[in-house]
Design a binder for this molecule. Structure first.
Ligand SMILES: [Zn+2]
Length: 515
């Protein structure tokens, strides 16, 4: 589990990275199997159940016939055919700031209330650390390298610029909304725009897709429109995507902050403005690291908490109205975030540049109709699994084409109590400033590989959840093993990381930078 920041947490020294000569890469070209072990169900109703024991990295087919039949029966119970699906993204919500995941301040009472009767994946990772690549994976079920939405611009060579678009870059991909629409769903997306703007192809498959290009919009805008859409369509099968940038660094509450969590004696060096955060992000990129005082870090976390609490309250109003519409008992809710936010854990602010836990560890809570008991699941899972999970829960059998497309696996067995043991992968090509790939093994070993240097970092998340001790030299054998699995994974999805170069520049992600 990721370390929960405390009120006094502040400076964590940036980890060293060790350059590794290309010639030292040794790949044993053995086929390796995605680690996926189905074990007997475990009653996971307690938030403090002991960690599961580690098992071998192979598929376990030792289940008895009766166990398999029981699983099949459970599976039938968990098929919510023709139910509604509401998928909510609180953009840039760091898992460690969610109260039901261990954050000491109670800033997410509404999300917690969903978790209290849902399934909380406490070790869910996003495939990327910023909006465009991470969010498109939810809707396509493939990795960012495959959907190719890895930058806001497909071409950025002034004066020629072209915005990235899924239909240009990966015209053959079928989206979650496409599939649901084909199965008779009314499909509506109501978003905070920017990185999930329709112009990128996010609108594919949606009957209605709300966004205002270029804005980092909040749920103040998306929720009322979503509710209007729900009222109009409530007698149909519904798929709703609800999104907002309320907690994102480029968003400020309407009317400004009330600084409810800021230390009374803070000297107001910062005030929480969007421009301040943007400047801190750029300074961190230009200098390689930032210098901040502990009280400044506390300030930024306090500002973040205020935004989270406000977003949570808006979501409560949405749920209240949703309940009044009589939809709650026939709806699956999936709550998550596309990525977290950095608060100087590794001496930077914002997100996108790295793949540390503060960025890729995201909340993932699934609430199922008729289920009233909160269950926590500690196994490491990925946002790559969400599209197959949602289709599975809705009892939708994907077409052969879609089945071939999907890289993840349904989390329904995990919900039913089976253990999930497979490697989790993340990637970022942030503004072509850096190209990073990471692998996290089920036992918590994590390797982050920076391709343009090249360099690698190795952490043991079980002992060092804050990723403060790079063990890539001390435990080079483990680093070699994970590096091989990482490169094999990308090769298996058609991306040989050794076969191309990684030219760096500083491509824009925000309109203000597109000079
Ligand atoms: Zn985002």
């Amino acid at each position: 589990m990721t370390k929960v920041p405390t009120e006094t947490s502040g400076v964590i020294i940036a980890s060293d990275t060790y350059a590794v000569a290309r010639g030292n890469f040794r790949f044993q070209h053995q086929a390796w199997v995605f680690c996926f072990v189905l074990l007997a169900a475990c009653g996971c109703g307690s938030t403090d159940r002991p960690p599961r024991s580690e098992k071998s990295n192979v598929i376990d087919d030792t289940q008895s016939t009766s166990q398999k039949r029981d699983d099949a029966e459970n599976r039938a119970e968990l098929s919510f055919k023709d139910y509604n699906l509401v998928f909510v993204s609180f953009d840039a919500l760091q898992a460690a700031h969610v109260s039901c995941l261990g954050y000491p301040r109670r800033v997410t009472p509404t999300i917690d209330s969903i978790a209290a009767r849902g399934f909380s994946f406490r070790n869910a990772a996003s495939v990327s650390s910023w909006t465009v690549p991470a969010s498109m994976t939810w809707f396509t079920g493939v990795y960012p390298s495959e959907h190719r939405m890895v930058n806001k611009y497909a071409v950025y060579d002034p004066p020629e610029t072209r915005i990235a678009d899924l239909r240009d870059l990966s015209p053959n991909l079928v989206t979650l909304a496409d599939v649901l629409k084909q199965h008779g769903y009314a499909t509506g997306g109501f978003t905070g725009n920017a990185g999930v703007s329709g112009g990128f192809g996010y609108e594919q498959g949606f009957d209605t897709y709300y966004y205002v290009k270029g804005k980092f919009g909040r749920m103040d805008e998306s929720i009322p429109r979503a509710l209007e859409w729900l009222k109009t369509n409530k007698d149909k099968k519904l798929f709703l995507f609800l999104h907002g940038y309320d907690v994102h660094g480029q968003s400020t509450p309407p009317g400004g902050y009330d600084y409810r969590f800021v230390d009374e004696d803070y000297d107001q060096r910062y005030r929480g403005a969007e421009l301040e955060q943007e400047l801190l992000r750029e300074e961190g990129l230009q200098k390689g690291a930032l210098t901040m005082r502990d009280e400044d870090v506390r300030f930024w976390r306090a500002i973040y908490d205020e935004k989270i609490q406000r977003a949570d309250a808006k979501f409560k109003r949405f749920l209240d109205e949703f309940t009044r519409l009589g939809l709650m008992d026939k709806t699956i809710f999936v709550l998550t975030s596309d990525h977290g936010t950095e608060f100087f854990e590794h001496r930077r602010i914002d997100h996108g540049f790295s793949l540390y836990q503060e960025l890729v560890h995201v909340p993932l809570i699934i609430q199922l109709p008729g289920r009233r008991k909160g269950v926590t699941i500690d196994d490491r899972v990925s946002s790559i699994d969400l599209m197959p999970t949602m289709l599975d829960l809705l009892g939708i059998e994907p077409s052969e084409k879609v089945r071939r497309q999907l890289r993840g696996q349904s989390l329904v067995p995990a919900i039913q109590g089976s253990t999930v043991k497979r490697d989790v992968f993340s990637e970022t090509n942030y503004r072509e400033y850096t190209y990073k790939r990471s692998i996290t093994a089920p036992d918590g070993w994590k390797l982050i590989f920076t391709l343009e240097q090249p360099a690698r970092e190795l952490y043991n998340l079980r002992d060092d959840p804050g990723e403060t001790k790079d063990l890539s030299t001390a435990n080079s054998g483990k680093a070699d093993e994970l590096e091989r699995r990482l490169f094999e994974h990308f090769k298996s999805i058609g991306h040989d990381l050794e076969a191309r170069s990684w030219p760096i520049g500083l491509n824009p992600v925000y309109p203000s930078q597109a000079k």
